[in-house]
Design a protein around this ligand. Structure first.
Ligand code: NDP
Length: 328
């Protein structure tokens, strides 16, 4: 038996989440059984702990879209008991049971071996949010980061915090957009050199273009802000769009930045990344994320804290990364 956060649905369609003891034979099929050390809280987890937001197919459900731990059993040659592994993506925690449990069974293809030197706790301090931030930075680099500060929106959140730290470590000037002025010291400590108030970028204007300001952008917010930011990009610069914490619709005069300034809008999806890309991103994380900054980003949590944290992240109230010690 092991402990897990189980989300159940009653006859009226109402969901409730509680920590329960579960037997291993209830886990889904897969070649690898992992003893989980840590998982994290991401925006999608907030949806899956609550009514599901259309992500969860079957109840009862164990959320947790990422985890790091130690292989306990494996019928796949690539993994043997004792190996340290990390998982992000593949809709684990959405349409199959995930990391909010002391054990998880997954397909071998979904895992990546943990790089030497990274602990399971550090891997989850990074987690899906940090992995996505790295993919976004790599996508900007592929297109070429232009002169001018790199803008990070939703900067005090999970993706934004890690993106800020990586870009600063790589030597870029980072402008961090936040709706929480009280997080200025936190963002400056991660390496931001400029703080932009959220309100400055959420007003919709009729202008087709604005002054060329940003050399690149990691955008976690979309909505009205993305409409403004596109019009402020330097000629030929790129926006790596990773999320929609501020709304799914892009507003404003949309075509002008693309046809008059050659701006690129790059969509970043962490869920279906091929194995080689996942390994490349994790080695870049080990190389380019200042590990001494991770502690400032991390808020520790236990399985029983998750119902409340799920609500907080949906309200945009979580700072940095929440690392869940599933054995605490
Ligand atoms: P967080 O909740 O940790 O961070 C989001 C941040 O966005 C908040 O902290 C807040 O930052 C800002 N924000 C929240 N609401 C609004 C709003 N209404 N208007 C403007 N800004 C707002 O989430 P994550 O960083 O983990 O994820 C961010 C987004 O990225 C989510 O939509 C998530 O689903 C998506 N995502 C996508 C992935 C992919 O593969 N593409 C992978 C991981 C996440 P502040 O207070 O500083 O303003």
């Amino acid at each position: 038996m092991f402990k897990a956060l189980l989300v159940e649905k009653d006859d009226e369609g109402k969901t409730s989440a509680s920590v329960q003891e579960i037997s291993v034979d209830r886990l889904p099929d897969g070649e690898v059984l992992v003893a989980v050390d840590y998982s994290t809280v991401n925006y999608k987890d907030g949806l899956c702990i609550g009514p599901g937001g259309g992500l969860v197919r079957n109840y009862p459900h164990v959320p947790g879209i990422d985890f790091a731990g130690t292989v306990e059993e494996s019928s796949d040659d690539r993994y043997k008991p004792g190996d340290k592994v990390v998982l992000t993506g593949w809709r684990v925690g959405e349409n199959r049971w995930g990391g909010y449990a002391q054990k998880a069974r997954v397909k071998a293809d979904m895992l990546v071996p943990l790089l030497d030197g990274l602990t399971t706790r550090q891997a989850m301090a990074v987690g899906t949010a940090g992995f996505t931030a790295m993919l976004a930075v790599m996508a900007l680099e592929d297109q070429g980061i232009k002169d001018g500060p790199v803008l990070v929106t939703g900067a005090a959140g999970g993706v934004g915090s890690v993106a800020t730290a990586i870009l600063a470590k790589l030597g870029h000037e980072v402008a961090a957009v936040t709706g929480r002025p009280e997080q200025e010291a936190y963002l400056r400590d991660l390496g931001a050199t400029q703080i932009v108030a959220r309100d400055e970028l959420t007003e919709v204007t009729r202008k087709p273009l604005e002054a060329e300001t940003w050399g690149g952008c990691v955008d976690a917010v979309a909505g009205a802000m993305l409409g403004r930011v596109l019009k402020q990009m330097h000629y030929g610069a790129s926006v790596a769009a990773i999320g929609l914490a501020g709304g799914a619709a892009i507003e404003g005069a949309l075509i002008t930045p693309f046809i008059l300034r050659g701006v690129n809008l790059l969509g970043i999806d962490s869920v279906m990344q091929p194995y080689d890309n996942r390994v490349r991103a994790w080695s870049r994380i080990a190389q380019d994320l200042p590990m001494d900054k991770l502690d400032a980003m991390v808020q520790p949590a236990t399985l029983s804290d998750l119902p409340a944290l799920g609500k907080d992240i949906l309200k945009g109230q979580v700072k940095g990364r929440v690392v869940v010690d599933v054995n605490a």
